[in-house]
Design a protein around this ligand. Structure first.
Ligand code: GAL
Length: 683
């Protein structure tokens, strides 16, 4: 009898109100002898581990030959976890096809943009558009679902790992052509949208179209954008197929897939989130110190927003290390920082914390990546900090409750537009300046708000925006009429918005809107943008209100808006750089340049004041983080001091970390945190 039959009546999937915060990490027992598993369980219990992620890259251990499954080891691991009260997030291993797959299906291996066919030897070596890969992935997912869907240790399905492979080549070309036929219906429509008359690219047959591999010079930007959308849809379809497979066996086990944040843009996170029950993310700040802490807030706010404002799963973070990718070094996290950063994630809605990885491997790729149990063993700073963290989280079960009445876990009034198409369109290489980049623009706005002590969500421009008071649009080159209409309605109904330079200058297919740049938003903003003046690197622009800026300038005409600050230098002296337009019951602001750090904060503060937006606590800002998290019918004020000095905070309630009452002025030492259960029930 299969194990799934045995457990059919005893299994319990994770409900929406888990009783504890989750704590644990990626667990790879297949890399170790079974004696070590018992050692693992002893250490897990000591550290209050209640969740492990098993099977992420285990394909060759589960299916060593095509169609031949070996479940014995996994049965024993699942049973061991169940016996010890440790829930399993069971992964499908499809991010790492085994060596037999390479030989059996060479056509399903990925091809680079330069036409190089990759072979096995690392991970993610497959073409997601190749039918053979898709079939093999569905088969192994189904085999796991059949066997373990009713196992009592199972808490959640972890489908794949960090979808993100983009491939070119014959299989991709076939799939891309099919996608284009569905989108455009006719070659005439495609030729017109891509303006293929430019550089003699007119297509007479679908077979003439190729995925954008290496070309002689600039590729067609509209084709590139469609290819990025196609590639994202392929990954979404891979996910959807696996969701269908596991739900067909047992629909009430939640499914997730882990997003790599924030630098990956191979898919549209909003679309992927719509396929799964819970959003989970992997997050690795690449800088120590306060800038790393700002990244923690950024990643958390993205994760929570993708999950519709609900609590989200931190599937991976590093324990005591920071990956400094730029310098090629792994830096040590300061003592105590692991707990501090984890409280930040918690404040902004995480359900706890999982890590990559439980135990350091003896050998293999990533053998020096950060573990919960390091090579040196349990007698280590790392493991001691893990025990401290697990013990702390185990004392905070009340935070594991969902907010009452389906409310958002943080109730922010500022929305920042996050948009995959905007990011892709800013990457199409033929733009007037690199300073129209997406991620740096969005990050700089979120960072400025963080230092002002204002918490924000991320939003899409075509969603219902009525829960927000202020919507910020830092970089949104490609914008559809429907998105522009939605923003217009939001402002007409009393909302506030700020739009940054070059946004809305094209439609959703990178066709420039004629008659004035920023065309999608021009009437809302009450302006006409006539000409761009990208600035040489390093040149600083001074504005009439004392602000400084760089990178970009424009000649803006006022068509109903008023100027808030002008450029002061030739050839734009006296022309508006910052404008404000009353529109219906709301206000629309425009920035025709890129502010320096302080000026950005000043202008955001002006707009936040006008929109009546306040902080979660008056002490917030300049390195003191204050975030109110809702759980059950209570609110919890997290206060975290990122500065080097003690600060006084006025708080009332019960501090969960020390289990003491706090009333009135309280000293928050440098690097310290409070989680104050506030006295009143919340609606
Ligand atoms: C993640 C990945 C893990 C591991 C980790 C190392 O992106 O999911 O498998 O590679 O990074 O930092």
């Amino acid at each position: 009898m299969p194990v799934s039959e045995t457990f059919r009546h005893s299994a319990s999937a994770e409900g929406p109100n888990s009783e504890q915060l989750v704590f644990g990490g990626d667990y790879n027992p297949e890399q170790w002898p079974e004696e070590t598993w018992h050692e693992d369980v002893r250490l897990m219990r000591e550290a209050h581990v209640n969740r492990v992620t098993v099977g992420v890259f285990s394909w060759s251990s589960i299916e060593p030959r095509e169609g031949e499954y070996r479940f014995g080891w996994l049965d024993r691991v699942m049973d061991l976890m169940a016996e010890n009260g440790i829930g399993v997030v069971l992964a499908t291993p499809t991010a790492s096809p085994p060596p037999w797959f390479t030989l059996a299906h060479p056509e399903a291996l990925p091809m680079t943009a330069d036409g190089v066919r990759l072979v096995h030897g690392s991970r993610d070596t497959y073409n997601p558009a190749a039918p053979a890969y898709r079939a093999a992935a569905r088969r192994v997912a189904a085999a796991l679902a059949e066997r373990y869907a009713f196992h009592p240790a199972l808490r959640m399905w972890h489908l794949h790992n960090e979808y993100g492979t983009v491939s070119y080549g014959p299989e991709t070309n076939t799939a891309f052509r099919g996608w284009l036929q569905e989108k455009y219906g006719s070659l005439q429509a495609l030729n017109s949208t891509w303006n293929t008359a430019f550089w003699s690219q007119g297509y007479g047959e679908w077979e003439e179209i190729f995925a954008p591999q290496a070309t002689q010079y600039l590729p067609n930007p509209s084709l590139l954008l469609d290819f990025k959308r196609f590639s994202a849809d392929v990954l979404r379809d891979c996910l959807r197929e696996q969701v269908d497979v596991v739900r067909a066996v047992r629909p009430d086990v939640p499914v997730t897939t882990n997003f790599m944040l924030p630098a990956w843009n191979h898919y549209d996170q909003w679309d992927m989130a719509a396929e799964i029950d819970e959003v989970s993310v992997d997050h690795y700040p690449d800088t120590p110190g306060i800038e790393g802490d700002v990244q923690v807030a950024f990643g958390s706010d993205l994760a929570r927003s993708f999950n519709g404002g609900r609590p989200w799963v931190l599937m991976e973070q590093a324990t005591t290390m920071v990956y400094d990718y730029a310098q090629g070094r792994i830096l040590a996290r300061d003592p105590g920082k692991l707990l501090f950063n984890t409280l930040q994630y918690l404040a902004r809605g995480s359900t706890g914390s999982l890590f990559f990885q439980w135990r350091s491997p003896r050998a293999g790729a990533e053998f020096f990546h950060s573990p919960m149990v390091p090579h040196v063993g349990e007698n280590s700073r790392t493991f001691r900090e893990i025990v401290e963290l697990g013990t702390t989280l185990s004392r905070l079960p009340e935070l594991a409750q969902q907010p009452a009445n389906g409310n958002r876990v943080n109730r922010n009034r500022v929305g920042i537009v996050w948009d995959a198409s905007a990011w892709w369109s800013a990457e199409t290489r033929a733009l007037p300046s690199n300073d129209v980049a997406f991620l740096p623009a969005v990050k700089s706005v979120h960072r400025a708000l963080w230092f002002l002590g204002i918490n924000a969500d991320f939003v899409q421009l075509d969603q219902d925006l009525s829960g927000y008071s202020l919507v910020l649009v830092p970089s949104k080159l490609a914008a559809s009429d429907a998105e522009a209409d939605n923003l217009r309605r939001f402002v007409a109904d009393g909302g506030h918005t700020a739009v940054w330079y070059f946004s809305g200058s094209t439609d959703e297919n990178l066709n420039v809107r004629l008659g004035g740049f920023t065309g999608a938003f021009a009437d809302l903003l009450g302006i006409r943008v006539e000409e761009h003046f990208p600035q040489p690197a390093g040149d600083i622009l001074k504005l009439s209100d004392g602000s400084t800026a760089d990178g970009w300038a424009e000649s803006v005409e006022l068509h109903g808006a008023v100027s808030v600050a002008d450029f002061t230098e030739f050839p734009l002296a006296g022309r508006p750089a910052v404008t404000r337009n009353e529109f219906g019951s709301g206000t629309a602001h425009y920035f025709a340049t890129r502010f320096g750090e302080d000026s950005l904060k000043d202008h955001l503060e002006r707009i936040l004041d006008a929109a009546g937006i306040s902080k979660d606590h008056p002490a917030a800002g300049r390195g003191v983080e204050a975030v109110r998290r809702y759980a059950g019918d209570r609110s919890y004020l997290f206060l975290l001091n990122h500065t080097g000095e003690a600060v006084d905070v006025d708080v009332r309630g019960q501090d969960l970390l020390t289990d003491t009452a706090v009333y009135g002025s309280t000293v928050l030492a440098a690097g310290a945190a409070l989680i104050v259960r506030e006295p009143h029930e919340t609606p």
